[in-house]
Design a protein around this ligand. Structure first.
Ligand code: SF4
Ligand code: SF4
Length: 198
């Protein structure tokens, strides 16, 4: 975690940041108790702990928050949302942060954005993750040559029967015969409709 001193007199403070993320403004009631940080298994790897990040959102430090990896490291475990004594819907706000970073193309974690897109596209198609297609989509959307670094992992998976080259390179077990997998597509389309109305 950085111990960086943030300049709160900076002219770039965006006072509309909090409202844009959480229109109900419940985040303003955060008392900085730190329960969210104490509950977060990913906090050790974040530049700013969840508690620090929520204070930064209150202050309007939009660039600093969106350029951090804190919210990208959230594993959506819901612990902070469940335990927050003020009942603030923290996980929904983390989702809003991700959507904002994607929409405004802010942040050094564009690879994370590609990762999420590839993951969701595959889930939409099959109703669950097909790891092989997921990783193929992800590598194609980033630097295809980065796949070279994963060759040892691929070979290890092959040796342990996690993938098979019988009838073409495939994950084991292959996603066949999953009934109603396509129905998820209707859900995705509905969410897209609702988001377009916002
Ligand atoms: S648990 Fe809730 S009130 Fe406490 S610091 Fe986190 S967001 Fe603020
Ligand atoms: S939902 Fe995200 S931020 Fe909250 S405790 Fe879990 S991993 Fe941490």
């Amino acid at each position: 975690m950085t111990q960086e001193i943030l300049d709160l007199t900076a002219p770039t403070l965006d006072r509309s940041f909090l409202v844009a993320l959480a229109p109900d403004e419940k985040l303003r009631t955060c008392i900085q108790c730190g329960t969210c940080t104490a509950s977060c298994a990913s906090a050790y790897a974040m530049e700013y702990t969840p508690r620090q990040m929520w204070r930064m959102v209150q202050l309007g430090l939009k660039e600093e928050v969106l350029n951090s990896k804190t919210f990208w490291l959230c594993s959506t475990c819901y612990s902070c949302s469940v335990r927050c004594p003020r009942g603030i819907p923290l996980l929904e706000t983390i989702g809003a942060l991700k959507r904002m970073a994607i929409a405004e193309r802010i942040g050094p974690y564009k690879e994370s954005i590609n990762f999420y897109r590839a993951f969701m596209d595959v889930v939409r198609r099959y109703g669950r993750v097909d790891e092989l297609e997921f990783m193929t989509r992800y590598f194609l959307s980033t630097n295809i040559f980065s796949i070279i670094g994963y060759v040892p992992l691929g070979l290890a998976m092959l040796m342990h029967g996690k993938v098979t080259i019988k009838g073409g390179l495939r994950m084991a077990p292959r996603l066949v015969g999953i009934s109603g997998a396509g129905r998820l597509d209707a859900l995705f389309r509905k969410v897209e409709e609702l988001e377009a109305e916002q």
